[in-house]
Design a protein around this ligand. Structure first.
Ligand code: APR
Length: 244
């Protein structure tokens, strides 16, 4: 039994795999298409310029799918871990589905944006998606009249929070990666920074991720099975040893 000291600085990175058991399809497992669409038709700034209607239809569907989905045991385990570690817990997610915050996680950076918000690219103001979701037309900014876009970081754009993330990577002592293929940068490279600055690296994934060589402890399996067990061990206050 290995207990995690409460003063251990833990940083978690999650990807699409953690939401797979909530019924949301991962990207790499969908045969190169994302919910039957080519990424370049729906998830790039050019696609939005070319056909905003198609892009909005696509993200309305993704939004509706995300609010119907429920967080699973892996999301809830991370809430438990955060409650145990307090301010020593931070999480970065590549997911836009909002399931971590719905489960109750607090310290989460949604680096690829969030389905539940729209963005005016001109005013840089975000508006809740619910306000525009049922409308057929393309929503516009109430201040400047520009087309609103989904608040999603598309391919070719810079992810959110990179400065904060760099600081977290440099100071974490344990870097835990859950449900990500290790293919899409910059997130795929975070493990290298964390390891370089001395963190122990642990990953849970259904298959070997591309950055497997940088991972100290790899647990192959479904995050909904593996993570609750790990978190239970780590937070077991009756356990004697504490050397994760
Ligand atoms: N438990 C653990 N891992 C799982 C599970 C599960 N139940 N189901 C699938 N996986 C694994 C898959 O084997 C795969 O390696 O999760 C990984 C998901 O990989 P991707 O689909 O590539 O998702 P992700 O790594 O989050 O993609 C990163 O790429 O498309 C862009 O912006 C998008 O945020 C996304 C980014």
């Amino acid at each position: 039994m290995v207990r995690l000291p409460r003063d251990k600085n833990v940083l978690v990175l999650t990807g699409a795999g953690i939401s797979a058991e909530s019924g949301i399809k991962t990207f790499r497992d969908s045969g190169g298409l994302w919910e039957d669409h080519r990424v370049e038709d729906v998830a790039t700034p050019k696609a939005f310029e070319r056909n905003p209607r198609l892009v909005w239809d696509f993200y309305r569907q993704r939004y509706l799918q995300s609010i119907e989905a429920q967080p699973n045991s892996a999301h809830y385990s991370l809430v438990e871990l955060e409650q145990y570690l307090g301010d020593n817990f931070h999480m970065i997610t590549q997911n836009i589905d909002g399931l971590h915050t719905r489960a109750g996680s607090k310290n989460v950076l949604e680096m690829h944006g969030r389905l539940r918000y729209t963005l005016c690219a001109k005013c840089r103001v975000q508006y809740p998606f619910t306000d525009v979701c049922s409308e057929e037309h393309i929503p516009v900014c109430p201040v400047c009249g520009t087309n609103l876009r989904p608040d999603i970081v598309w391919f070719g754009e810079v992810p959110y929070f990179l400065v904060e993330i760099e600081k977290l990577l440099k100071r974490c002592e344990l870097f835990l990666i859950v449900g990500t293929s290790g293919v899409v940068y910059p997130a795929a490279g975070f493990v290298m920074t964390a390891k370089y600055f001395g963190a122990k690296t642990i990953a849970i994934n259904l298959e070997q991720p591309d950055n497997r060589s940088l991972i100290d402890d790899f647990h192959m399996g479904r995050s909904g099975d593996v993570l609750p067990k790990l978190v239970q061990e780590w937070t077991n206050t009756n356990a004697l040893s504490s050397n994760v």
